[in-house]
Design a protein around this ligand. Structure first.
Ligand code: 4AD
Ligand code: MG
Length: 431
């Protein structure tokens, strides 16, 4: 009898099946035992009666949480179960039975305890649907660009330069020279875009940010695209289409997981109806100070500002044309106002913060060198990047999306540390 997975159990009503998994929880009500068995795709309840199957009942009574097992039995329809069915087992083969109690109860624990037990925590509660949604977000991103003829590429993780400013670099010794962990693949994607046209990747990014917020981790997954012959307006259009596509894809494929997390797939879809509003940075500052925030032109947005903007719009909103002084050297200046850049941040609804940063890139050699000199960057290390403006420079644009920020938003998670299997934070390198 081939094993089935729990998410497909309802297709086997009335049939004998085999399920391989772990004992998630056990309850009893007098002469009936309810075993909840999980296998990563879902949780199914097995019902064992002491009257009808006393030997099996006695065996099952002794099982402890997270025992790995193979269970055989008949699938019965049950409309109240999230899976739409339950199992009436005929046999249970134990694969491994833990010697000590599983450390995570299904009650409240402190976040610190849970993070210390992260390798086990991921088996429980909301963590499984969150990681299943994460899988769908990654797949949607790749599918979106593949369908549009973009070429998947890769950028190095060990780099000799900074992209997003020198203050958040992780430095390491590289055979006697200095190297850094990549903050973003962007500069390399600009090079591959000049070779291949339109490119994308998902890769790890590192920021030695001393921020202890619910939106920052020191190692995150950045999803980036870079497009040759593309300007600022077209850049925003593809970003909004992408976000809308991802939400639609996840709402379709991970509907049940969203519902388990208390998220309404239809409400998420409604949030991402196109087009997204675009507001000028100066307008955003104006609206925020009118709403009572202490903010002036030239200030960066903090979490409270992002939350207010989200509340004002109720859907993702682009803030565009930031002051040049606030943004990295590579952003193209607005020809109508050199003090502003042709870039935008996309702010998620519900206070989940900035999910995308992007811009049209400076394509003039002279202007790029001037920006780099202003920001006191070592020109030697960037000669390869300047070559992209020496040999057939074209208008081009791109962006980077923080995958954990998107997952946090879609899952309605309280903290970004739940949106990645093993979060790296300033105080955390274990497990
Ligand atoms: O806005 P950022 O810094 O932009 C770049 O890195 C560009 N080079 C991308 C590009 O144009 N190709 O980072 C992009 C996104 C942010 O909008 C945010 O969602 C996420 O990455 N991000 C973080 N996510 C989690 N933890 C952190 N410490 C993050 N820093 C940025
Ligand atoms: Mg940014």
């Amino acid at each position: 009898m081939p094993a089935i997975t729990i998410n497909h159990a309802r297709e086997h009503i009335g049939e004998q099946v085999t399920i391989q998994g772990w004992l998630y929880n056990k309850r009893s009500s007098g002469k009936i035992l309810f075993l909840q068995v999980r296998d990563g795709t879902g949780v199914i309840q097995a019902v064992i009666s002491a009257v009808d199957t006393s030997a099996l009942f006695d065996q099952a009574e002794g099982l402890t949480r997270e025992t790995s097992l193979v269970m055989r039995g008949t699938v019965r329809a049950d409309d109240r179960a999230p899976t739409g069915c339950e199992l009436q087992p005929t046999s249970i083969d134990v694969i491994h039975s833990p010697d000590v109690p599983f450390p995570i109860d299904l009650k409240e624990h402190t976040p610190g305890f849970l993070m210390d037990q992260r390798h086990l925590w991921i088996r429980t509660g909301r963590q499984v649907p969150i990681l299943r949604i994460r899988d769908a977000v990654f797949r949607a991103f790749r599918q979106f660009f593949h369908d549009r003829g973009f070429i998947a590429t890769e950028a190095p993780i060990l780099t000799g330069t900074s992209v997003e400013g020198t203050t958040t670099l992780f430095e390491l010794d590289y055979f006697g020279d200095k190297a850094y962990l990549s903050q973003s693949g962007q500069l390399y994607l600009e090079a591959t875009a000049m070779a291949l046209g339109n490119v994308y990747w998902i890769g790890p990014a590192f920021r030695a940010e001393k921020s202890k917020t619910r939106k920052h981790i020191t190692e995150f997954w950045i999803a980036e695209a870079e497009m040759a012959f593309c300007d600022h307006a077209a850049n925003l259009e593809i970003q909004e289409q992408l976000v809308s596509y991802i939400v639609d894809f996840v709402a379709g494929e991970r509907k049940q997981e969203l519902q388990q997390l208390g998220r309404d797939p239809a409400a998420l879809r409604a949030q991402v109806k196109l087009p997204f509003p675009r507001i000028d940075y100066a307008d955003a500052v104006d609206r925020l100070s009118k709403a009572g925030h202490d903010i002036t032109f030239g200030d960066d947005f903090g979490a409270p500002h992002e939350a207010t903007l989200a509340e004002m719009f109720g859907r993702p909103v682009f803030v565009e044309r930031f002051p040049s002084a606030m943004k990295p050297f590579y952003m193209k200046r607005d020809p109508k106002d050199e003090a502003r850049v042709l870039g935008a941040d996309l702010i998620a609804p519900e206070g989940y913060g900035e999910i995308i940063g992007g811009s049209q890139r400076e394509d003039s050699y002279a202007a790029l060198v001037a920006h780099m000199e202003e920001q006191k960057l070592p020109l030697d290390a960037y000669q390869w990047y300047l070559d992209l403006r020496r040999f057939g420079s074209v208008p081009h644009a791109g962006f980077g999306m923080g995958m954990e920020r998107v997952v946090t938003w879609l899952c309605g998670a309280a903290h970004i540390r739940e949106a990645i299997p093993f979060a790296r934070q300033i105080n955390r390198l274990y497990p």
